[in-house]
Design a protein around this ligand. Structure first.
Ligand code: NAD
Length: 477
């Protein structure tokens, strides 16, 4: 049974309650994590505050950066072990889990080496005055993350906060807390002072809600569903705390008639089936110019039909979905689209020898999907791709922007002018041109527009989100 990591110590929940850890590949519980509550959140916030006032807060940026770089190295040294933990906890294929651990390490390397390169400015002002702008940490930062990429999300949100000198409290998803807890042991060995990172495990509505509403936090980063994001933002507003929200997406692949199909097809398929479609940036809408719609979707269908689903050890294209609720949700979208008569263009296959008790979904390509269908507008968060034809550039842009979301988009055309026009017109935090970049890319600022959220993570811009400025005005005569 696992314990929580608070103030450098390992603790069970005060009332001893636990949450079972279930493998999505067979539905079997194989461990327990503590069911932390407001009490443990109080302890974690106090430990973080103490760290800011203690050894962690006294470190020079270069020293902080060195510790972060060491953490990245330690993560790589434990890559195989962490990948095994992550794969068992999430059900994802081993090679995907290995990649996730490499990305986790990369976040610490990137932000560790950036820690002493963030500086303030001077500002010209009245005669006899000297004005400088300091960049400072916010204080205690709270981080609530989902279950789809537990290790990557940890790195994405915690590493920049630590690099700027904040002290952090992380609430991993209740389904997938194991890699974060093992990471905490690794971090201690790499020399992170106690209280700089605290991990409270527990349910969203208990530990998560208590953390979001805690008066002792100075910032909150939330990645997850729109429903919970709204609650988190309301809680942050009550304490006038800055909040970054990374929510859902319904990202379009916009394919014009001059596409390099040989290059595009495998990328289009991978962008929806990777992580069993449980990726906020999944390319879940395939918008294809009408003149090539049937030909191009037939090529996608051929590749899609080769997608194979299996256990982490089988290491196929994707694994099961995360939990029974997610399984019901994705299957409901598939059944609903079939019942509505939307044609199935291709299905992947589930390996015959997977445990029958796992949460398996057959990847499915539908098309043409009516523009008003649920599949065309709502986030499925599963391996389901909706193909739709468009007429011309203006229609493509209208269709691409026709959902509540605006997280990612891709444009596929050999016409450079069109590539840039469409990329500028699409509402999204990132647009890929003749490529697609879900996951990884720690250098690239990332985040949503519209209902996909606000604020930026990744890249150097993330450091601005987790810091504040102070203007010093000095009259020297
Ligand atoms: P979720 O919102 O249910 O849970 C996310 C996290 O919030 C978990 O840690 C959970 O314990 C916590 N939580 C739940 N209720 C809470 C509450 N009342 N107060 C505070 N915290 C609470 O989302 P999920 O089901 O875990 O993840 C799937 C969703 O997340 C999808 O909609 C997906 O698009 C989105 N997502 C977005 C991104 C992104 O970067 N934009 C990344 C991954 C997932």
């Amino acid at each position: 049974m696992k314990q929580m990591f608070i103030g450098g110590r390992w603790l069970p929940a005060r009332d001893g309650r636990t949450i079972p850890v279930v493998s999505p590949a067979d539905g079997e519980a194989f461990d327990q994590i503590p069911r932390g509550t407001a009490h443990e959140v109080d302890l974690a916030v106090a430990a973080a505050r103490a760290a800011l006032e203690g050894p962690w807060g006294c470190l020079a940026p270069t020293e902080r950066g060195r510790i972060l770089v060491k953490i990245g190295e330690a993560v790589l040294a434990h890559k195989e072990e962490l990948a095994q933990i992550e794969a068992r906890d999430t059900g994802k294929p081993m090679s995907t889990a290995r990649n996730d651990i490499v990305v986790l390490a990369r976040y610490f390397e990137f932000y560790g080496t950036a820690a002493d390169k963030v500086h303030g400015e001077t500002i010209p002002f009245l005669a006899g005055h000297q004005v400088s702008l300091l960049r400072e940490p916010l204080g205690v930062t709270a981080h609530i993350i989902p279950w789809n990429y537990p290790a990557q999300m940890l790195g994405r949100t915690v590493a920049p906060a630590l690099a700027m000198g904040n002290a952090t409290v992380l609430k991993p998803a209740e389904d997938t807390s194991l890699s974060a807890l093992r990471f905490a042991e690794i971090v201690t060995a790499a020399g992170l002072p106690e209280g700089a990172l605290n991990i409270v495990t527990g349910l969203g509505e208990e530990a998560g809600a208590a953390l979001a509403a805690h008066p002792g936090i100075d910032f909150i980063s939330f990645t997850g569903s729109n429903e919970v994001g709204t609650l988190v933002q309301q809680a942050a507003a009550k304490n006038a705390v800055k909040c970054v929200l990374e929510l859902g997406g319904k990202s379009p692949q916009i394919v014009f008639d001059d596409v390099d199909a040989a290059r595009a097809v495998p990328i289009v398929v991978r962008a929806i089936v990777q992580n069993a479609g449980q990726t906020c940036t999944a390319g879940s809408r395939l918008l294809v110019q009408r003149s090539i719609h049937d030909r191009f979707t037939a090529q996608v269908a051929e590749a899609f039909a080769k997608v194979r689903v299996g256990t982490p050890a089988m290491d196929l294209d994707c694994g099961p979905v995360m939990n029974p609720a997610q399984h019901r949700r994705v299957q409901r979208y598939i059944d609903g689209a079939r019942a509505a008569g939307i044609p199935v263009l291709a299905e992947g296959s589930i390996a015959p020898d997977v445990p029958q008790t796992g949460y398996w979904i057959k990847p499915t390509l539908f098309g043409p999907v009516p523009r008003t269908a649920a599949l065309a507008c709502e986030e499925v968060f599963g391996p389901v791709l909706a193909a739709m034809p468009f007429d011309d550039e203006a229609d493509a842009i209208r269709l691409a922007n026709g959902t509540d979301y605006g997280l990612l988009a891709a444009v596929w055309t050999e016409n450079a002018g069109r590539l840039h026009r469409v990329a500028k017109a699409v509402k999204a935090g990132q647009v890929f041109m003749n490529c697609y970049g879900a996951g990884g890319g720690v250098e690239l600022p990332f985040g949503g527009t519209k209902r996909s959220g606000h604020g930026r993570e990744k890249g150097l811009l993330a450091l601005e989100e987790v810091s504040s400025t102070k203007t010093l005005v000095h009259y020297h005569g």
